[in-house]
Structure formats: structure tokens, C-alpha cells
Design a protein around this ligand. Structure first.
Ligand code: PAF
Length: 286
């Protein structure tokens, strides 16, 4: 497995692979890979002949007071994990390679980017769509794999690909969790041991919501009351949002029906974490 830092070099390699009839799978990441990333790389390796994993902590998707500087980085460790997953190349460009002096072009998806994480992190999705659009142009993959922990990111990228007629299939993949339920995230390493325990309340609250829905509750407000009650058992958690939205439009809903996303974002210690569940094919009552 090779580590490539130059856009031109990567494009030349991809061109040759495509001339030889190879299908290209792509896993964009910001590094500090975990088993969630590994599952994406493994799936990409099964479904494609040649797999590129990008590792780039993208500055344009971080706000000024966010955690760009302390975002975990460990290329050597990432190399081992990507290799286990079957990646052929790690693309690890510098910031200057991606955004040279005078860079002025941005990609923006409207509306769904104004809700949930978009509302609390202004400019975040503009940074995500810009970097992913650039990466898609560089890698020209047949398929690109994203984890559903960032469910809104997946929806935003699917919209970008559709609206800009990009020739790539965005493949959403299930959330991978630790044995105790915590959704895997590169940011988990920045949790103190106590905060790591506290963080479990996110998946517990979502499990509570799932249980209430399974028991027949369809009123969003009633479900939110119970979720907030569960979250309140850990008073140090600072909730950013808890929302129940339609998974297509990301609009808030009053009554659960069809495909629904229950999403939480919260600060635990210094770390902002997100988690969600997607409830499929919900009849309006049971
Ligand atoms: O999900 C991530 O790690 C990032 O948002 C992505 C898609 C790699 C873009 O920087």
C-alpha cells in the first residue's frame, strides 16, 4: 500500500487503473481510523478492484473555536488499519496541496445544511461538500463509502452528487459501536476516562427512544421528553440538539411515520459527539 501526497500523482495512478478496467472504491476520512472506518474500507475492498482511503483533516469544515488543532492524528497507525482493510492507496495531501494560495471555490448545498449540525456549526457542511467534491474530482471513484453516524453528512453528500450530476455512487454504511454502545468516533480518544463513561448516555437515550417507539409511541414530543429525561441523568452533558426529523427532508416531525432520524449532538467535557438512530418503515400507529 502506497501513501500519496500529490494530486497529480494520484490522478495518474487512477487513470492507469481505470484504463485496465478497474473499479475504484473510495473512503474519505479525516484519519485516526477506527473499526467504523475499517468496516467502510473492507466493504470498499469487496465491492471494488482498487481502493483509495483519503486522510485529510479538512480545515474548511471546522469553525474557529472548534477542535481542528486537537483533532487526533496518527498516520502510522492509520496505515496499518487501512492495510488490514485492503486499501491500495492512502491519499494524504497537505493543506496547501488541497487549498493552494488564492483558492476561492466552494460547493454549497442549501436547506438541509441549515438544520441540526448545520445550525450549530455554521459553514461546516460547506467545508465538507467542498472537500468531498474536490476529492471526488481527484479520485473519480465509482463508489464512495460513508458512515451513518454522520447521517446528515450522508444526506447532504447524496444531494450534492444528485444536483451536480456527479458520476459516483454514495454508499451509506451502518454505525459501528463499541461493545458498550458508544458510537465509534475518532474524537472518542479525546474523552477523559470519566467522560468516556458519561458519553454512554447518548446511545442509552437513543435506545430508550427505540424502546418507546417499539411500544407504539408515535408522538415526537412524548418521545423527546423521555429521551431528555434519560440524558438528564448525566447532568454534565451539554446538549446541543435532540431532534426527530424526517430522514428525507430533515424537517422536524410531530408524528413518526415512514423513515425517521432521531439525532443527538452533545458536548461531553471538551468533546462534541453526535449519535443517531434511523427508524425505517414506521407505520403511523401499531
Ligand atoms: O466524515 C468525515 O470524516 C469528513 O467529514 C469527510 C467526509 C472525510 C470530509 O472531510
Amino acid at each position: 500500500m502506497k501513501i500519496i501526497t500529490s494530486i497529480d500523482e494520484l490522478k495518474t495512478i487512477i487513470r492507469k487503473e481505470k484504463q485496465n478496467g478497474k473499479q475504484i472504491g473510495f473512503v474519505p476520512t479525516m484519519g485516526y481510523l477506527h473499526d467504523g472506518h475499517l468496516s467502510l474500507i473492507e466493504k470498499a475492498s469487496i465491492e471494488n478492484h482498487f481502493v483509495v482511503v483519503s486522510i485529510f483533516v479538512n480545515p474548511t469544515q471546522f469553525g474557529i473555536n472548534e477542535d481542528f488543532d486537537v483533532y487526533p492524528r496518527d498516520l502510522e497507525r492509520d496505515q496499518k488499519i487501512a492495510e488490514i482493510g485492503g486499501a491500495n492507496i492512502i491519499f494524504h495531501p497537505t493543506i496547501k496541496e488541497m487549498y493552494p494560495n488564492g483558492y476561492r471555490t466552494y460547493v454549497e448545498v442549501e436547506e438541509i445544511t441549515e438544520k441540526l449540525c448545520g445550525a450549530s456549526r455554521p459553514g461546516h457542511f460547506r467545508g465538507v461538500t467542498t472537500v468531498v467534491a474536490k476529492l471526488f474530482h481527484i479520485v473519480t471513484p465509482h463508489r464512495a463509502y460513508f458512515g451513518l453516524k454522520d447521517a446528515q453528512q450522508v444526506a447532504v453528500l447524496q444531494k450534492m452528487v444528485k444536483d451536480l450530476n456527479m458520476d459516483v455512487q454514495v454508499i451509506p454504511c451502518p454505525i459501528v459501536r463499541e461493545a458498550d454502545g458508544l458510537a465509534m468516533s475518532s474524537r472518542n480518544v479525546n474523552l477523559s476516562p470519566q467522560d468516556r463513561k458519561t458519553a454512554l448516555i447518548l446511545s442509552k437515550s437513543l435506545a430508550k427512544a427505540k424502546e418507546i417507539v417499539a411500544a407504539g409511541e408515535r408522538n415526537a414530543e412524548m418521545i423527546l421528553i423521555q429521551v431528555k429525561k434519560t440524558l438528564a441523568t448525566e447532568p454534565t452533558v451539554i446538549i446541543d440538539y435532540i431532534e426527530i426529523v424526517d430522514f428525507e427532508t430533515f424537517e422536524r416531525i410531530d408524528i413518526l411515520k415512514g423513515r425517521v432520524l432521531i439525532a443527538i449532538a452533545a458536548k461531553i467535557g471538551k468533546v462534541r459527539l453526535i449519535d443517531n438512530i434511523i427508524l425505517e418503515d414506521l407505520p403511523s400507529c401499531i
